[in-house]
Ligand binder design. Structure first.
Ligand code: S3P
Length: 440
């Protein structure tokens, strides 16, 4: 990880066709389900970011055979279960990694110690420990319900768990534990969250029953099911594609196509919002890849107007609010983003850091307890000063968002700890440079 700053400066229009890196959520799940399954799982397009590489390492420590065959091409040979790891499981920066693996590991008669980097050690684990505890798992932690902690699993019983917060990580942890619980597991989510675990469990041969319930869903995983290894093609990550897409929308003269973007309706909230703001976005070559909808997204520079984002849309774009805040800085009028309590417990407090970062770049922004409002100048690039040096607290999405802002603002924008971008988008700087962006 490099500690030196990176600076983005205004250059010409952004032009070209690129591929987004593999979807982070699907990459974690492919490795974990591959390890839980019996037989071989062949993965293509795996995201080789630090978060996912930690999960690959963890699955090997739990006894799966994990092999890299080439770029994005991985093979996992599972033994139908996990065994006790000899080493501490270090999930680095990854909340998804640790929470899903805690769920998967809880199903087995083993003890495992988990830790992570400074950010991850500060993030709430109670949200997964509570349901796993109700199923029969136990744990010890030196400081409250945070990492490092040691989990003891096995002999789990059925749970019907209503999610207190909209979290696909918690839903997934309970379902993965349910695979090895007597009677399986049921999760009730009041708001629908990304459903990659449910889709992938089916691809691995499991039965998952999903019933719509109001704005949410009831998901039932019957007990006593075994998974069989399968082929997984990982689509491009919409949360990463968001950066070149917004960069093109705010940089005059730009036209950028991002190919192979995952368009699962539970992940497309940002595209919907940008369209409401007046963005010229088109989707072509819509297809199905491995049970997920995928398409090529073309973004052209567009005058944008501020909007009020419906709070119920948050789960479908939760990781995209930082980059939406940047698009909003170039729009005319206020963009109101609310219902975002979850944003405060991500890799950083993203509400506080976006408010501070945008303000440092001369953008009008108001922080609220559960959201923020960005007041765009409506004068496009000429309305955003830039010239900020942005503190990222090691948060990859805060760094990438402000670098995109710097590509279109009057004066350059610098971010600290840019090395952390490699947790989710290792090729970000090269990709943006390839489109004509100036980042050095
Ligand atoms: C993820 C779910 C979301 C998201 C994270 C990935 C997943 O977190 O922010 O980047 O893969 O399940 P929550 O479940 O905490 O909302």
């Amino acid at each position: 990880m490099t500690a030196a700053a990176l600076t983005a400066s205004r250059a010409g229009p952004l032009k070209g066709r690129v591929r987004a890196p593999g979807d982070k959520s699907i990459s974690h799940r492919a490795l974990i389900l591959g390890a839980l399954a019996t037989g071989e799982t062949a993965i293509e397009g795996l995201l080789e970011g630090d978060d996912v590489l930690r999960t690959a390492q963890a699955m090997a420590a739990f006894g799966a055979e994990v092999e890299r065959l080439g770029e994005g091409s991985w093979r996992v040979r599972g033994r139908g279960g996990l065994s006790e790891p000899a080493e501490v499981i270090d999930c680095g920066n990854s909340g998804t990694g640790v929470r899903l693996i805690l769920g998967a590991a809880a199903g087995f008669d083993l003890s495992a110690t988990f830790t992570g980097d400074e950010s991850l050690r500060g993030r709430p684990m109670r949200r997964v420990l509570k349901p796993l505890g109700e199923m029969g798992a136990t744990w010890t932690a030196s400081a409250g319900e945070t990492l490092p902690l040691t989990l003891k699993g096995g002999h789990l019983r059925h749970i019907a768990y209503r999610l207190p917060e909209p979290s696909a990580q918690v839903k997934s942890a309970v379902l993965l534990a349910g695979l090895h619980a007597r009677g399986g597991a049921e999760v009730i989510e009041p708001e629908a969250t990304r459903d990659h675990t449910e889709r992938m469990l089916r691809a691995f041969g499991a039965t998952v029953e999903v019933v719509a319930e109001g704005a949410g869903r009831r998901i039932r995983l019957p007990g006593g099911q075994a998974l069989s290894g399968t082929a997984v093609r990982v689509p491009g990550d919409p949360s990463s594609a968001a950066f070149p897409i917004v960069a093109a929308l705010i940089t005059p003269g730009s036209e950028v196509t991002v190919e192979g973007v995952l368009l699962n309706p539970l992940r497309t909230g940002l595209l919907e919002t940008l369209k409401e703001m007046g963005a010229d976005l088109t989707v072509s070559n819509l297809r199905d890849e491995g049970g997920e909808p995928v398409g090529d997204v073309t973004a052209r520079h567009s005058p944008l107007r501020g909007v009020e984002v419906p709070p119920e849309r948050a789960p479908s774009m939760i990781d995209e609010y930082p980059i939406l805040g940047v698009a909003a800085a170039f729009a005319e009028g206020p963009t109101v983003m609310r219902g975002l309590a979850e944003l405060r417990v991500k890799e950083s407090d993203r509400i506080a850091l976006m408010a501070a970062g945008l303000a440092a770049c001369g953008v009008g922004v108001e922080e609220e307890p559960e959201g923020f409002t960005v007041v765009g100048s409506g004068r496009g690039a000429r309305g955003v000063a830039g010239e900020g040096r942005v503190v990222t607290h090691g948060d990859h999405r805060i760094a990438m968002s402000h670098l995109v802002l710097g590509l279109a603002s009057e004066r350059p924008v610098a971010v600290d700890q840019p090395g952390m971008i490699a947790t989710s988008f290792p090729g970000f700087v090269a990709l943006m440079r390839g489109l004509g962006g100036e980042i050095a």
